[in-house]
Design a protein around this ligand. Structure first.
Ligand code: GCB
Ligand code: CA
Length: 895
């Protein structure tokens, strides 16, 4: 299909509206369709937008039918007619008026179905289009397993295409039918070659003229070639055209993504009538990867820094409108990136179109992930999808790499049968070699790549670092394993062992749940602060090493992964933006490093609701901020970061200057005294006489250091037990703080220890998602063996809420398609516990057995009013009957 608009002689128009949809089989199709309980939907559409987010494991993977009546103009009787699908996941059959017109396998590539011979052209006559789509697991179709959700449906646009019987082929793997190459490009000149596939479906032989015109941005023709060919009736042919070189071409680059347009027009040679036209983009550039020095485009060195992107969006699944997808590429460009890894599968055509326009270089790949099936059908489906990918995207100047096989040795099959495993490895290498050979033959002008996970020896042993031209490593040192300090040495080892092999960091990232923060960030705590640290280190280490050609953040945005539990069930939180593309701090960090224009942003500028305990030394703070017009001098001092590419920045908090701080590695940091209520924070930097500013308001919930102090009005306390992280509950506008050991005048636990997850799956607290709440982090940590919880509140009326969840035991989880550090998952043992809870001596919960009464991993919140008298404060006592008592969360509210 034309990547740009269709020209004269060809009609291409979307048919997205008013499809009827039915989730399920229609066993007697085409009979009985009328009896089906259809609902009306519009494309793009998925049937999994909701069930992937509910508490029940799994989601519908099976058949869905779509049906639509289409009136076809009688004037198309002498034309060819096609349905063109941009993508449907993943096995598709297309029926026209009850007859099967075509089928397609693979959820991420386009396909066109000729439907002419099944159509009725009578005036007012309706044609029934029915499409059966199936997203079941099929062992012969990649992807078999992966860390993302396989949404079913016709989730991209569908078009009706009408052409003259003589036309440029749109059934050559659904490509545009035109393949443009630029074998030699320099500043002085560029050669252009075009291979065009032509069809004559008419019963007569035809003489046609094919004119290829290259136009610059202004529409001026810079080179042109006409070829006259004879097309026998009912045949196809390929023509090859060598165009006169373009002198002094405008080169395509990230700074100046200059695009030419190639129009291929087919005329009737005798009458001169235009029969068909297809437009394609053309960018002149040359490039190479050097194993020592990295990547060069047009002889200029570029460190390729960017991200991978999944195609889903909050609430929409994978059925995302074009305009929303284009925004993602803009988001990447605004980050200052110059690279997009289109992972793990080819995406909507607008993605590469936008990369061409914005100057983002790309790698595109087929979704062969984690494992293969050693069947011929699997190999055939893999290769065909790969071929579709190449042909459909052949003319995009933004594409420089074709990739395949992501982390194919992640927990390889047959781990207990070494000999069988060798055969499996051999079959993987064989398939890789076949795809490699196919790619080099199809497209000798681009690079090939396999992205591996960090099992360095294994990939070398199986040969997967030798077969492709480029080696990609997906590295999570400091996340799934070891420490961020091991990242640099890993790269150095690659370079020592394979000095001739260019290396790209095809993935790296750390989860950040934007609701979680910590000033003592740790691996797996999901705090924005840990992720920031991770990205700061990784970018620095890659920048230091010229041999590292590229780094691709995993991921541009959070994305759906149905099997995931953890703090935000079903979502992988490694995005530098959220599921609806709100930037997290690392996004701004990249802006500070990658953007050329003066840049300054508050790192956690979207963390607007915060809280903390008043500093101990009351009244001695050097400044006295005023919040809400109410004077007070108690503050909570917390670290605060600004990202900038200027040399220094200043911070002004509630009108008080906190001084200049030098930016070290793009980071300026202060200790900010937050007052209770609204705090105004302004960051300012100066460059060449211009001021650059960022501003935010922080709504700060100050908690008194002493509960009986009157410098801070006490309202509520929300405490996470067994946790060093904070949790922001936006809905309830509550800030949850980490627990502390009890201290007099304050609050805290007495006895017990932090819950540790006894599984080889890795997690901060449990990785189980918690039923009955969206605030999973409140329940995912706990104090085990707790004896008391105390709060030295003054006499008065309070409400307390005790939060519990049983974190041990439950259904064993199957090995999940992620967690690169771990081996096969195993379940930790269920612990039996029965305990009593007393509040100021009154038995409030007797024989509490969480597992028995509520089941494993279910949120239990017990709320009760309490009157405190006699200056005794509040004391909650836990008495074990069996096993160890636990407490996950504690809330205290003044009535
Ligand atoms: C990987 C995979 C990617 C996962 C990612 C993760 O290495 O290639 O599909 O989403 O790790 O977050 O675990
Ligand atoms: Ca589209």
């Amino acid at each position: 299909m034309p990547v740009l608009a269709a020209g004269n002689g060809r009609l291409k128009i979307s048919v997205n509206e008013a499809w009827q949809f039915y989730k399920g089989e229609i066993p007697q199709f085409p009979a009985k369709v009328a009896a089906v309980d259809w609902e009306t939907v519009s494309l793009p559409h998925t049937w999994n937008a909701e069930d992937v987010m509910d508490d029940k494991p799994g989601y519908y993977r099976g058949v869905g039918w779509y049906r639509k009546m289409l009136h076809i103009s009688p004037s198309y009787k002498d034309k060819d007619v096609f349905l063109y699908f941009e993508g449907a996941n993943q096995e598709v059959e297309v029926y026209v008026n009850g007859q099967k017109a075509g089928e397609h396998i693979g959820g991420y590539t386009r396909f066109s179905v000729p439907i002419k011979k099944y159509l009725k052209f009578g005036k007012g006559e309706q044609n029934e289009i029915a499409v059966k789509v199936n997203n079941r697991f099929n062992e012969d179709i990649p992807t078999l397993t992966a860390d993302f959700t396989f949404f079913g449906g016709i989730y991209r646009d569908v078009y009706l295409v009408v052409t003259d019987p003589v036309h440029i082929d749109l059934t050559d793997y659904a490509s545009s039918g035109i393949y443009i190459t630029t074998p030699e490009v320099s500043k002085e000149k560029a050669t252009v070659k075009v291979a065009g596939k032509l069809v004559n479906s008419s019963p007569q032989k035809r003489r046609i003229k094919v004119v290829t015109t290259v136009k610059d941005k202004q529409g001026k023709t810079v080179t042109e070639k006409a070829t006259v060919v004879q097309l026998a009736a009912g045949t196809r042919t390929t023509i090859n055209q060598d165009l006169k070189p373009v002198k002094q071409p405008n080169l395509w680059s990230p700074e100046d993504p200059y695009l030419y347009t190639v129009a291929t027009t087919v005329y009737d040679a005798a009458t001169g009538k235009e029969l068909d036209q297809v437009l394609n983009p053309l960018g002149f550039r040359w490039f190479r990867f050097d194993p020592k020095e990295g990547f060069f485009l047009n002889d200029k060195h570029y460190k390729l820094i960017g991200a991978s992107r999944h195609q889903d969006f909050k609430g929409l699944g994978n059925a995302v409108p074009d305009a929303r997808q284009i925004q993602d590429v803009k988001l990447l460009k605004e980050m200052g990136a110059n690279f997009l890894r289109v992972a793990h599968y080819p995406q909507d055509p607008v993605i590469l179109e936008t990369c061409d326009r914005l100057g983002i270089l790309t790698a595109v790949e087929v979704p062969i992930i984690n494992r293969i099936t050693e069947s011929e059908a699997f190999a055939d489906n893999s290769k065909r999808t790969h071929l579709e990918m190449i042909r459909q995207n052949y003319n995009h100047p933004s594409v420089i790499i074709w990739a395949y096989m992501n982390e194919i040795l992640l927990r390889p099959r047959y781990k207990d049968e070494p000999e069988r495993q060798q055969v499996y490895f051999h079959n993987i290498a064989k398939l890789a070699q076949e795809i490699e050979d196919l790619t080099r033959k199809e497209d000798p002008y681009r690079y090939t790549m396999i992205p591996n996970h960090g099992a360095y020896e294994l990939y070398n042993k199986v040969g997967l670092t030798k077969i492709p031209m480029l080696v990609g490593w997906n590295l999570y040192l400091g996340w799934y394993s070891r420490s961020v300090d091991d990242f640099g040495p890993f790269l150095d080892q690659h370079h020592r062992d394979m000095p001739e092999k260019p290396v790209l960091v095809t993935e790296y990232g750390a989860d950040a749940d934007p609701r979680i923060h910590s000033f003592t960030p740790e691996r797996f705590d999901k705090s924005e602060e840990y992720a920031s640290m991770f990205h700061e280190v990784y970018l620095r280490e890659m920048m230091k090493r010229p041999f590292v050609a590229a780094g691709m953040i995993w991921n541009l945005a959070d994305f759906n992964s149905e099997t995931r539990g953890e703090t935000m069930p079903h979502i992988n939180n490694k995005g530098v933006t959220t599921l609806d593309r709100v930037p997290k701090a690392p996004y701004y960090y990249y802006q500070a490093h990658l953007r050329q224009d003066p840049f300054l942003k508050i790192a956690s500028r979207n963390w607007t609701l915060r809280g903390g305990i008043a500093d101990k030394a009351e009244g001695t703070a050097s400044i006295k901020p005023v919040a809400n017009g109410q004077a007070g001098n108690s503050v909570s001092t917390q670290p605060f970061k600004v990202y900038t590419n200027l040399s220094q920045a200043e911070l002004i908090v509630n009108g008080v200057k906190l001084g200049m701080q030098k930016a070290v590695g793009g980071v300026s940091e202060w200790q900010v005294p937050f007052a209770n209520g609204i705090n105004q924070i302004e960051a300012v930097a100066e460059d060449a006489g211009n001021l650059y500013k960022d501003f935010m308001e922080v709504d700060f919930r100050l908690v008194p250091y002493q509960l009986n102090a009157n410098d801070v009005p006490f309202e509520e306390l929300n405490i996470l037990l067994g946790s060093k992280r904070m949790f922001i509950d936006e809905l309830n506008q509550q800030v949850w703080l980490p627990d502390q050991a009890y201290r007099a005048g304050g609050w805290g636990h007495v006895g017990g220890e932090i819950f540790t997850f006894k599984s080889n799956r890795q997690s901060y607290g449990t990785d189980k998602s918690i039923f009955g709440t969206d605030n999973d982090p409140i329940y995912q940590t706990q104090q085990v063996g707790i004896e008391k919880y105390k709060a030295d509140v003054p006499d008065g009326q309070y409400e307390i809420t005790l939060h519990f969840a049983e974190l041990t035991g439950g259904e064993p989880k199957e090995a999940l398609p992620y967690n690169l550090g771990g081996t096969e998952a195993e379940e930790e043992k269920a612990e039996e516990r029965i305990f009593d809870v007393y509040v100021n001596g009154l038995l409030v919960l007797e024989d509490l057995n969480l597992a028995r009464e509520y089941g494993v991993a279910r949120a239990v919140a017990k709320k009760m009013p309490v009157t405190v008298t006699g200056s005794k404060g509040l004391e909650i006592t836990f008495e074990a009957k069996k096993g160890k008592p636990v407490l996950n969360g504690f809330q205290l509210r003044k009535l």
